[in-house]
Write a protein that binds this ligand. Sequence first.
Ligand SMILES: [Zn+2]
Length: 77
Amino acid sequence: MTPQGKCAACHRKAVAGKKYCVHHSQAHDSLMDHYKAWVKAYGRISMEEFMDKVLVMKETGSWIREVIAAEKDQMKL
Ligand SMILES: [Zn+2]
């Protein structure tokens, strides 16, 4: 369990009602938008497969990488 009020991907304060801080929330939102666009364009792909593809892209920024690492950690639980 992530303590309430702390970002799941770093030590900053989480945005109220979210599990991420401002920076990681933005990264998470854009990751989700990207995911929806992929599903539209290429059909069914699991979130996990999608995240693996994003991780190998050179243009993926560090905020997104940290969000993916946090999401993957939560999947293992
Ligand atoms: Zn954060």
